[in-house]
Design a protein around this ligand. Structure first.
Ligand SMILES: *Cc1c(COP(=O)(O)O)cnc(C)c1O
Length: 232
């Protein structure tokens, strides 16, 4: 018996049911296992049960675990990214979810150019306008998207990400997911080398079912897979 396996089975059912409730296909939602504070062994166990994508919120943790997680696992940078640390992960992550400033985008662009790659990113939107959170506000998002689109030839904007406020009732945050989906949809038809909106990264352990109902294509789930985190 494995707790991680049991949890993943349960979450898989919840994702399927949420998709059924809103007429979406299961394969249109990617489960990203958030492995912050977890060991490489725990990451590898989740991978052995079918996880293909893992999310980390600290550059250091990606560096520490990267070589100990073999295979073609995709790494997602989901946390606040400092400009001076972009160089450590630019060739390791498949998607950076947390672009919240042009300055950060410009650094990602520069490092991507050095590696001869196009970096896929999401724009992080602080949909609820919480002072404690990173991300551009809803009004600033359009300007940031335009600035990144116009100034960063080695970046491809793949969509949007948000972290909803913590709440006991996920219905409270449905409105923020819906607003983000509205913004997302307004860019869906613009496709060029630097913009291809495909991903809407929203929903965590407490609210991923509502996020799926509102159009999430990526959910980032940690606690519901691995249990409560211990930050000691
Ligand atoms: C930690 C974290 C998650 C996962 O949160 P859980 O509540 O443990 O599922 C998702 N997204 C981001 C950006 C995180 O930092």
């Amino acid at each position: 018996m494995s707790l991680i396996h049991d949890n993943l089975n349960h979450i898989e059912n919840q994702i399927k049911e949420a998709c059924e409730r809103c007429g979406r296909k299961r394969e249109d939602v990617l489960l990203i296992a958030v492995t912050k504070t977890r060991t490489a062994a725990e990451v590898n166990e989740a991978v052995s049960w079918g996880i293909t994508d893992v999310g980390e919120n600290k550059v250091q943790e990606i560096m520490d675990k990267y070589d100990d997680v073999p295979g073609d696992v995709k790494w997602h940078m989901i946390g606040h990214l400092q400009t001076n640390k972009v160089k450590f992960i630019i060739d390791k992550v498949s998607l950076i979810h947390s672009v919240d400033k042009l300055k950060l985008a410009e650094e990602i662009d520069k490092r991507a150019r050095e590696h001869g790659i196009i970096a896929d990113v999401l724009i992080e939107v602080n949909a609820a306008g919480e002072a404690s959170k990173f991300g551009t506000d809803l009004e600033g998002a359009r300007q940031l998207i335009e600035d990144v689109h116009n100034n960063c030839p080695n970046i491809r904007i793949k969509g949007l990400m948000t972290i909803a406020p913590i709440t006991d009732n996920p219905e409270d945050v449905r409105i923020y997911f819906r607003q983000l989906k509205g913004l997302f949809d307004s860019y869906k038809d613009i496709k060029d080398n630097n913009m291809d909106f495909e991903h809407l990264s929203m929903g965590m352990s407490g609210d991923f079912e509502v996020a799926i109902e509102e159009g999430a294509t990526m959910v980032r789930v940690g606690t519901a897979i691995f249990g409560a985190r211990n930050y000691n």
